[in-house]
Design a protein around this ligand. Structure first.
Ligand code: NAP
Length: 522
């Protein structure tokens, strides 16, 4: 069992009461009393706080963290050991003592004496590194067990990049008995979520964002509601979105909701892989280990080309549209560790057009399309449109890029400045013009639009862009970026699971996240 542990970081008894009640309400399975947060701490203050915490009927860890290891207040070693001894005498389930302190004989003797008089309380021996990974985490784990063989070792360190997480995760997967290994910082977030899959003894979570006690610590609500915490077990299959930045991504919310909706034992995680080919390659090697259970990734900026190169170099299958587009947004890993690569932006763009207009892809043959932009999304759209026989003109600010793309896919190019005179059945904005926060911008104003041109804006934040509002105002049919986003995600869901996604649920989540109630189309 991995205890979902609510961290009580109260400065007075009033706060203890409110935090304990909230932790219980949110679904904590254990409490950690961080007594170092209590002001004017003494054994009397501790007893009051502990007595109230016991009313929760949850197991309790008592910690009085040394300031040098992240403690909130500077309390003396004598007081800290006194608190832990009092906790043992008042039947705390666990006490947490730093390894650095436990190796000091006076500290250890007091604790060991109190522990010897009860079978109720178990010792957690902890080590923290806020600056980076431990030099040798495996040796530290062995050292703790040598000095305190009956203890639960707890090792917590900061990841400087995502690849720092894997030493800790590997140790968790190979531990003997109970252990806690957690990685701090934004780069460590995914490892905190999957710690339960690897049987970490306790996973610490904040009661709310204001009351978190470690960098990158998620709240109980986030773990349970966004990351399917209750459903995770040792067989959970893992997926994630790789990119940089990644915190804004809507993908974890929509995939986790769909996995939950379909009753699948799968979990989807945000993976911040910094902008270098080397980091990406190292990450993919680290992630491809059978004990981790990764089965697939969505890939976004800046790693779409790296993903293509990686899968090619590993001898994996690259589906033809992805090879032609020169970018991959989906990677699958089979149970033997083999890779395959896909591009669902292509299918997503075509799917958004055909499903919104209620036509088949073949019916787009001969359609005159004006595509604004010559970046990554344009490539996928142009490839899709050309494959179904549409007649495409690419308008771009940097004309040389439009020329190159047009030459590659057999279409025409024009400068963005000539867009006002475009003649097409379908106008597609594949630039970031009009995207949050520049929502007052548009690639084309209303007077150049007519009801006979379908307007598709790939921007999905906001869902209704200025361009789409203008198109609606002249009576034109519109396709929004959320429709494309959902269609490409649905194609990924099919690749990941072999099953159809609940696109209505996906659309509802995208709309909800972007603060709009428009859930009718797509
Ligand atoms: P990209 O590769 O960086 O390309 C950006 C394109 O936008 C380039 O053609 C660039 O022109 C043009 N551009 C940017 N700012 C401009 C400005 N101020 N004026 C004129 N042109 C400008 O980006 P991408 O990956 O193709 O993404 C483009 C957009 O697609 C994103 O911003 C996003 O809104 C949207 N998108 C939608 C989905 C979806 O599922 N709906 C998914 C991904 C992206 P230059 O060549 O002259 O620089």
């Amino acid at each position: 069992m991995t205890y979902l542990t609510g961290v009580i970081s109260a400065s007075d008894i009033k706060q203890v009461r409110s935090q304990v009640r909230t932790a219980v309400k949110r679904g904590a399975q254990m409490l950690e009393m961080r007594t170092d947060y209590l002001e004017n701490l003494n054994t009397e203050v501790f007893r009051k706080a502990f007595t109230f915490s016991k009313t929760s009927n949850l197991p309790i860890i008592v910690t009085c963290r040394d300031k040098r290891q992240g403690g909130a207040n500077e309390y003396s070693a004598e007081l800290r050991s006194e608190i832990l001894v009092t906790a043992i005498k008042t039947a705390a389930d666990y006490v947490d003592c730093e390894f650095d302190n436990y190796v000091v004989s006076q500290f250890r003797e007091k604790l060991d004496l109190a522990l010897a008089e009860t079978s109720r309380t178990r010792l957690i021996v902890s080590a923290h590194n806020f600056d980076g990974p431990f030099n040798n985490i495996d040796r530290l784990y062995r050292d703790i067990l040598t000095v305190a063989p009956a203890s639960i070792p707890k090792l917590v360190y900061t990841a400087k990049h995502i690849n720092d997480c894997f030493d800790g995760l590997r140790l968790l997967s190979r531990k003997h008995g109970q252990a806690i290994v957690l990685v701090m910082g934004p780069e460590g977030i995914f490892s905190r979520i999957i710690a339960k899959r690897l049987g970490c003894f306790a996973n610490y979570a904040g009661i709310s964002h204001d009351e978190g006690t470690a960098p990158g610590q998620l709240t109980i609500d986030e773990l349970r509601n966004s990351y399917r915490y209750d459903a995770i077990d040792e067989k959970t299959l893992l997926y994630g979105v790789i990119g940089s930045p990644i915190a804004h991504s809507l993908s974890p919310a929509i995939f986790n909701a769909c996995f939950g909706d379909s009753g699948m034992n799968r979990l989807y995680l945000p993976m911040h892989v910094q902008d270098s080919k080397e980091q990406f390659y190292t990450f993919m090697q680290n992630a491809n280990q059978s004990w981790l259970g990764f089965r697939g990734f969505s890939v976004t900026i800046p790693h779409k080309k790296n993903a293509l190169d990686f899968v090619r170099e590993r001898g994996g299958r690259v589906e033809p549209p992805a090879a032609r587009i020169g970018a991959v947004n989906t990677i699958l890993i089979d149970s033997e560790g083999n890779f395959s690569a896909y591009n669902t932006d292509y299918a997503g763009a075509l799917g958004a057009i055909t499903s919104t207009l209620g036509i088949s892809a073949q019916q787009l043959q001969g359609t005159k399309a004006a595509v604004i932009g010559a970046g990554g999304v344009s490539r996928a759209i142009v490839a899709g449109l050309r494959d179904v026989g549409a007649d495409v003109v690419i308008y771009n600010r940097t004309v040389s890029k439009a020329d190159a793309l047009a030459a590659e896919f057999g279409c025409r190019a024009a400068p963005l400045s000539s867009l006002a005179s475009f003649k097409a059945d379908l106008l597609i904005n594949a630039t970031s013009i009009g995207m949050f926060p520049d929502m007052d911008k548009t690639p084309l104003v209303q007077k150049y639009l007519s009801k006979d041109t379908v307007v598709f804006d790939t921007v999905y934040n906001p869902i209704e862009t200025r361009l789409l509002k203008a198109a609606r105002a002249v009576g034109a049919k519109t396709i929004d970026g959320a429709a494309m986003f959902v269609a490409q995600a649905a194609a990924q869901f099919k690749l990941f699971t072999g099953e159809q996604a609940n696109t209505r649920l996906m659309r509802k989540i995208v709309a909800g996240r972007l603060g709009t109630l428009n859930v009718s189309s797509g």
